[in-house]
Design a protein around this ligand. Sequence first.
Ligand SMILES: Nc1ncnc2c1ncn2[C@@H]1O[C@H](COP(=O)(O)OP(=O)(O)OP(=O)(O)O)[C@@H](O)[C@H]1O
Ligand SMILES: [Mg+2]
Length: 241
Amino acid sequence: MATVLDVQDIGISFGNNHVLKSLSLELKESEVLGVIGPNGAGKTVMLNILTGIMRPTKGQILFQGENITNLSTTERCRKGIGRTFQVPRPFEKMTVFENILVGSVYGDRKSEKEARVKALEIMELIGLTEKKGWFAGKLGLLDRKRLEIGRALASNPKVLLFDEVAGGLTESEVSDILGMVRMVKEQGISVIWIEHVLKTMREGTDRVLCIAEGRNVICGIPEEVMRSKEVHDVYLGADEE
Ligand SMILES: Nc1ncnc2c1ncn2[C@@H]1O[C@H](COP(=O)(O)OP(=O)(O)OP(=O)(O)O)[C@@H](O)[C@H]1O
Ligand SMILES: [Mg+2]
């Protein structure tokens, strides 16, 4: 399968804090790549580098073969890199429908008419059709996460970056999220999915990458990575779930 995103040897420091020292990964077409690692390992920083919010001090990022390391966030979004935020940030005073519309108009440069059609389709996919007219600020946590995924989908991405979309949810809500990620994959979108909820990594990914101390620790088949000595050592003493 073709490589969609090729991250080569990226590094970043904040003062003396060398958060990423040398991180590399390859994301294939329609692949869900899970990313695990202890708190503070640099997972969110990695996403910020991929979307262009932060610039790496070394290394490069190729998107479909093109070097995008120096492109702005808007340029990357328009090329097809979408994301969700660890803490969902919908426009609270706008409706569910309007929130998705914004993603579609700004992220995908659709005309308003096309964007409306697309937004209706997306609401159906994420199961929020019945709450179309609700203010986003009134939504519960699961629905906010759904909306977050919907907003990311609205920009018509080729790659989606999920930062802890399952965090803080109940087990049945987590199953809901698993179903949504499956749906995203079926649309031919590749996903990088950061998550501490290990059930999602076991059941919802094709491969899992573990990062710690600014480097790749191990990457491979979820079950094997989860059971590896390397991952065990990283979480030394920490309760797995
Ligand atoms: N803007 C910033 N300025 C300075 N330091 C930062 C900044 N953003 C992140 N860091 C530091 O980078 C390190 C990695 O943070 P990051 O948020 O990427 O961790 P994480 O792996 O996502 O953790 P978690 O699992 O808790 O979400 C931390 O030490 C953090 O303090
Ligand atoms: Mg994080």
